[in-house]
Structure formats: C-alpha cells, structure tokens
Design a protein around this ligand. Sequence first.
Ligand code: HEC
Ligand code: HEC
Ligand code: HEC
Ligand code: HEC
Ligand code: HEC
Length: 184
Amino acid sequence: MSLTKLVLTTVFVVAIVASILYARTRREPYAPVQPIDYSHRLHVTEKKIKCDFCHENGQGKTPYMLAPSAQKCALCHRAIKPDSPEVQKILQHAEAGTEPEWKRVTGISATGSVFFTHVPHLQAKIECSTCHGPIEEMDRVTRFVEPTMGWCLSCHEQTPNQIRKVPHTNVEVNRLTDCAVCHR
Ligand code: HEC
Ligand code: HEC
Ligand code: HEC
Ligand code: HEC
Ligand code: HEC
C-alpha cells in the first residue's frame, strides 16, 4: 500500500469514527410520536387544566399515575372541536370503549427489578417537574431524565431525616439508600 493510500485510508476511518461518536453525543432526547397529537402546552398552559384533573393514582391506591380515559377527553371534546381529525380519533375510542395506546416516555428498564411508586414522592411534596421537567411547555412529551440508579440515589442521599443505625453497630446510614428500598 502506498503512503498516500495509507494516509487517505487513515483519515477516512478517523472521520467515520469521529462522526459516529459525535452523532451519539448529539442524540435527540426520547420523545415518541403518540397515537393522537395531544399537546400538554395547549391544555395546561393555555387552557389552564390542572395535572391532577387528568393524572391521578386513586388517592395513592396505585403506584402509577394513570393516563386519562378517552371518556374524560370526550367530556370536553364532544363539544370542543369535534370535527378536528385528531379529536375524531379520541371520540372514536370513547364511542368504542377503547383507549389509545399511549407510548411510555419515562420508564425504568425492567431488567433491574426496580420498585418505584409515586405515592411517597407526592407525599413528600416533590413537584412533578422535578422528575418530569417542564411538561406544561411541551407539545410532545420528551423524556427529561434517564431514571437510572445514580439519579434516584443522588436525591435519596440528600433527603434529610432518614438516618438509621445499622443494628449492633454505631454506624449510621441513610435509610433511603438501602438496596432493599428500591430492589424488592
Ligand atoms: C387533559 C389531560 C391532561 C392534562 C391536564 C395533563 N396531562 Fe399529562 N398526559 C396526558 C396524556 C393523554 C398523556 C399520554 C400521551 C402523551 O404522552 O402525550 C400524558 C402523558 C404525561 C407524561 C408522560 C408519561 C410517561 O409515559 O412517562 C407525563 C410525565 C405527564 N403527562 C405529566 C403531566 C403533568 C406534570 C401535567 C401538569 C403540568 C399534566 N401531565 C397534565 C394527559 C394530560
Ligand atoms: C420522584 C420523581 C417523580 C415525581 C415527583 C413524579 N414522577 Fe411521574 N414518574 C417518575 C418515574 C421514575 C416514572 C417511571 C416509572 C416506571 O417506569 O415504573 C414516572 C412515570 C409517570 C407516568 C407514566 C405512568 C406511570 O406511572 O408509570 C406519568 C403519567 C407520570 N409519571 C406523571 C406524573 C405526575 C402528573 C406527577 C406529579 C403529580 C409525577 N409524575 C411526579 C418519577 C416521578
Ligand atoms: C377540560 C376540557 C378538555 C379536556 C378534558 C381535554 N381537552 Fe383537548 N382541548 C380543549 C380545548 C379548549 C382545546 C382548544 C380548542 C381550540 O383550539 O379552539 C383542545 C384542543 C385539543 C386538540 C387540538 C385540536 C385541533 O385540531 O386544534 C386535541 C387533539 C385535543 N384537544 C385532544 C385531547 C385529548 C386526547 C384529551 C384527553 C387526553 C383532551 N384533549 C382533553 C379542552 C379539553
Ligand atoms: C427528587 C428526589 C427523589 C428522586 C429523584 C427519587 N426519590 Fe424516591 N424518595 C424521595 C423522598 C423524599 C422519599 C420519601 C422519604 C420519606 O418517606 O420521608 C422517597 C421515597 C422512596 C421510596 C419509599 C421508601 C420507603 O420505604 O419509605 C421508594 C421505594 C423510592 N423513593 C424509590 C425511588 C426510585 C426507584 C427512584 C428513581 C427511579 C427515586 N425514588 C427517585 C425522593 C426522591
Ligand atoms: C433509590 C433507588 C435505588 C437504590 C437505593 C438502589 N438501587 Fe440499584 N437500581 C436502581 C435503578 C432505578 C436501577 C435501574 C437502572 C437502569 O435501568 O438504568 C438499578 C439497577 C441496579 C443494578 C443493575 C441491574 C440490571 O441488570 O440492570 C444492580 C446490580 C443494582 N441496582 C444493585 C444495587 C445495590 C447492590 C444497591 C445497594 C447498595 C442498590 N442497587 C440500591 C435503583 C436503586
């Protein structure tokens, strides 16, 4: 192989590797296209609908924050813009008694068998936006944080008044950092 060829090949390979690495760091945040083009910005900021009108967890009975039923959307939309093609989709679900397959945006990977519930977090008065970002500004919901162990711990470590003594020792630890809190 001639020297020029070698140099050119090297430059070529370096350029490809560099562009792959660059593309990785520039990866767009996760924001899946939803079955209906529903906008939080429009409903929350402009139309002043509160989060808990749509998302509730049965006063703490479920760990999940439920998505509103098609029936709830239809409460308004049978009268508001019923002819809009996107609104038609939700009205058809309400008619048929089905729900759109909303795509998960925030989701802990199933591999770690992690236990998460909204209940203690809402009781501790943590804002939705601390974990989900400025939802009220989003036309399409974008993932705000990667729910990794490091992220959970970074907050749990700093939560005050959680100190407990390890039995039979004088060692003090933050109860919320016990493995068994999140891995059950
Ligand atoms: C009019 C009903 C309605 C209101 C009001 C509303 N939401 Fe939603 N929300 C939805 C629907 C429908 C979805 C599922 C489709 C989507 O992601 O856009 C959703 C999805 C979400 C998700 C993504 C869940 C996931 O899969 O990770 C979050 C987070 C969220 N909402 C938070 C909020 C917060 C915070 C507020 C108040 C600032 C709010 N929502 C107000 C209807 C509503
Ligand atoms: C301490 C952080 C935290 C707070 C505060 C929080 N969430 Fe979440 N939320 C999460 C995590 C983590 C998930 C993913 C849960 C999973 O994968 O099991 C999630 C999931 C969701 C989902 C998808 C359905 C579900 O429950 O898995 C919705 C909707 C949602 N949150 C809405 C809200 C709303 C509305 C508020 C405020 C009332 C809120 N969240 C407050 C961390 C939080
Ligand atoms: C409390 C009443 C209310 C509820 C509940 C509600 N909406 Fe709306 N929605 C509105 C209003 C008001 C508008 C703005 C209409 C306009 O532009 O004149 C709107 C606009 C929309 C639009 C845009 C229509 C267009 O073509 O411009 C869509 C799509 C939509 N809503 C879907 C939904 C879905 C899906 C749900 C349930 C998750 C929902 N809405 C729940 C009041 C509501
Ligand atoms: C922004 C801060 C914050 C983040 C982020 C956070 N937590 Fe928490 N977590 C808390 C607070 C505060 C409590 C309530 C402590 C108390 O009961 O006084 C709590 C309580 C819990 C509890 C109940 C503990 C018990 O037994 O009383 C579990 C389980 C939990 N968190 C899991 C998680 C997981 C899993 C994640 C990440 C996906 C996470 N948390 C992220 C602040 C946070
Ligand atoms: C505050 C919550 C929390 C605590 C406390 C916690 N973890 Fe985790 N852990 C997580 C979450 C969330 C994940 C999933 C991370 C992901 O999917 O990126 C995870 C993932 C893991 C995994 C990787 C599992 C897999 O295959 O993905 C291991 C191993 C693990 N944790 C061990 C531990 C050990 C050991 C402790 C105690 C020293 C501990 N964790 C304490 C939240 C926690």
